[in-house]
Design a protein around this ligand. Structure first.
Ligand code: AHR
Length: 657
């Protein structure tokens, strides 16, 4: 901030008011608030990664699915043996000569008689493979010729009935594992296509990691992300991205804890594992891809790592106070702590450092500018947790004082884990703690003053997961009203993210979510537009008392407003939420703010309280944008059931600068 700005803010200094519990400092005029306030939380649940954001089109590409992932699954799930040209042969799953130890299973194909069309296997993708006419797809596989002569391979994308949309020919010709790659151009659009790999010569070969990506991934990244889904996230303009999840991070038992080192390097060498949400993680979307995505969308990375304990709900005991939490044996904790220090080096260390070199080898010699590291996810507050958290926290603090550690205070806005979590965080002076709450809309409306009462001298807050249990406009407005309170308390609330972010409509493990999708459609919810309107219109200075609700005798829980200024643009942004059933007139007084432009933009999100965006009616509730003439003092009528965002350029700036 410029010196003059600093002086003005100091001159408008704070008053002190006293509550029975504690002394609270409350800014009377303007205060700095977190520039990172609104972000997103990505968790691989509801097929958010494989079958979702990760653009790989082949399901079970490495033949590593097992019944432990999900009852009935096995290494051939999503695959089928194919010999419809009357060929003879055999297909088996093997593990004696794997591609590498991390990827133990592969298939062996013996072709006794290739018949009229060859024999091989077909993959049905994640609920079908979606292909588009004219688009190019990057195909690859690893093969190992076991018999003597080269074996020709025909690879095609086809309709379910066998109509060929595009094909290429390869020849498996080496008696070692070798990667073969080709591009397939497709001549038809089909949401339910199949990939077919056919061997057209006698002999035996081993095959593994059969992969197919659209060339058009987000930012055209190899091993990249689905462009439309990634764009929907980017359009929120999130200031940070928390990943790779909540419960997924601390895992279903110690063996299932998410280990970041297993998720980097060549995809065929990554260690796949069961997903706590009852499916499988290929780890193709791993830490490098998460960091790169953060950079691509201008969001600060916020990786969350287990605090050395597994999820207390491990083993299906899904209730608060359950006993599934297990600690990594103390003898292994030093190495676990080192993994976390290594992550910081991987993200930020010079390309010459051990872990920085691995980042550079992946194509990113520059730092990823990691600033935050989350330790723990709503863990049960036990001695096992405290002991391990402290080991990690002390080590990170000692070696990396530049990193802000985000601790954890249980899964609810109050209760035993919340109280014990806060007590522990205060003992250790943890800089930021992660609060989670999934509550009814009324809770959000009635708890608007929650953070007004927080002690400013204690740990700051990251509201890492919250949602009002529904996707209607009424839900979204309750969240919006609450978000005005997060801005008002942006000196103590450093970050906030709605949860969960993504859900594949055919595999929903948790409702509600922010964005629903199928292989071909993306449906942002009404809640999504609230998140977007707040995040894209965030500020770093908060001005109280700018908006007055007229004809309002006493504070009303359905009316809320905030006013922030964004120092980068100088724009002033006013958000007004009317979650009630009648319009409410407001008076906006900008006398405390410097020069403003007379022309503002206005975005209004409104409709009937029960309105939702669904796959069938994806655009039922969308923000309507218009221009608004403004003066230093003006009236604005907030429609019933609405969020209005008024963005006023600074005096010297025109709207589209
Ligand atoms: O967001 C879904 C789950 O809710 C997260 O995994 C967990 O942290 C919380 O219980």
């Amino acid at each position: 901030m410029k010196k003059t700005g600093l002086l003005i803010l100091l001159a408008l200094s704070s008053i002190v008011i006293t509550s029975s519990a504690q002394t609270i400092k409350k800014a009377s005029v303007a205060k700095h608030i977190s520039p990172d306030l609104f972000g997103v939380f990505f968790e691989d649940l509801s097929y958010a990664a494989d079958g979702g954001l990760y653009a790989e089109l082949i399901q079970n590409r490495s033949f590593e699915y097992t019944p432990a992932d999900k009852k009935g699954w096995n290494p051939l799930t999503a695959w089928e043996y194919i010999n419809d040209g009357f060929g003879y042969g055999e297909l088996s799953v093997e593990s004696s000569e794997p591609l590498n130890a991390n990827n133990p299973h592969y298939i062996k194909l013996t072709i006794t008689d290739e018949g009229q069309k060859g024999i091989g296997l077909t993959n049905s993708g994640f609920d079908g493979i979606s292909v588009k006419a004219g688009e190019r797809y990057n195909f690859s596989l690893f093969a190992h010729l076991i018999s003597a002569d080269p074996i020709p391979l025909n690879i095609s994308l086809r309709s379910k009935k066998g109509e060929i949309y595009g094909e290429v020919n390869l020849s498996a010709d080496v008696k070692n594992w070798k990667r073969y790659a080709a591009v397939i151009t497709v001549n038809q659009t089909d949401a339910d296509a199949r990939l077919v790999v056919l061997a057209k010569g006698k002999g035996t070969l081993a095959i593994d990691v059969i992969s197919l990506f659209p060339q058009k991934t987000f930012k055209n990244r190899p091993n990249g992300l689905r462009a439309d889904l990634a764009q929907a996230i980017a359009d929120i303009k999130p200031h940070f991205l928390r990943f790779p999840g909540g419960c997924l991070t601390h895992g279903d038992g110690i063996q299932n804890i998410y280990r970041w080192k297993n998720t980097i390097g060549p995809v065929e060498q990554r260690v796949e594992q069961r997903n706590i949400w009852n499916y499988h993680q290929s780890m193709g979307l791993g830490y490098f891809e998460y960091f790169q995505f953060c950079e691509d969308i201008g969001a600060k990375p916020l990786p969350v790592l287990a605090a050395g304990v597994s999820c207390q709900n491990s083993g299906g005991t899904w209730r608060i106070g359950s006993t599934g939490q297990k600690g990594i044996p103390m003898a292994e904790m030093q190495s676990y702590v080192q993994d976390i220090l290594d992550l910081i080096e991987y993200a930020n260390g010079p390309a010459t450092s051990t872990w920085g070199a691995k980042r550079a080898a992946a194509g990113h010699p520059a730092s990823f500018h990691l600033q935050y590291v989350g330790i723990g996810n709503e863990d049960k507050q036990t001695d096992a947790f405290r002991e391990r958290f402290k080991m990690i926290y002390d080590a990170v603090k000692a070696k990396h004082p530049e990193i802000t550690v985000v601790g954890t205070v249980g899964p609810a806005p109050a209760g035993e884990d919340y109280d014990l979590g806060w007590k522990f965080a205060n003992q250790l002076s943890v800089p930021v703690v992660d609060e989670h709450y999934y509550e009814k809309p009324e809770w959000f409306l009635n708890n608007n003053s929650r953070y007004d009462r927080y002690d400013r001298s204690k740990s700051k807050v990251y509201v890492g997961e919250y949602a009002s249990k529904g996707n209607t406009l009424a839900n979204a407005l309750a969240e919006a009203a609450y978000m005005t309170s997060l801005e008002r308390n942006g000196d103590v609330v450093k970050m906030a993210s709605y949860a969960p972010l993504l859900a594949n409509q055919n595999h929903v493990s948790w409702n509600p979510d922010l964005i629903y999708f199928t292989n071909t459609e993306v449906t942002p919810t009404v809640n999504y537009y609230v998140q977007q309107l707040f995040s894209a219109n965030a500020g770093d200075t908060y001005y109280p008392g700018i908006v007055k609700f007229l004809n309002q005798a006493k504070p009303d829980s359905v009316l809320a407003a905030s006013c922030v200024k964004d120092s980068k643009t100088g724009d002033v942004i006013i958000k007004i939420v009317n979650a009630g059933n009648t319009a409410s007139s407001t008076k906006i007084n900008l006398a405390a703010i410097g020069k403003i432009s007379p022309k503002a933009t206005l975005a209004v999100l409104t409709g009937k309280p029960g309105d939702k965006n669904t796959a069938q009616r994806a655009q039922q509730v969308l923000p309507a944008n218009s221009e608004l003439a403004v003066t230093k003092s003006f009236n604005y009528n907030a429609p019933a059931y609405s969020l209005s965002v008024i963005r006023i350029p600074s005096g010297g700036r025109k709207m589209n600068d």
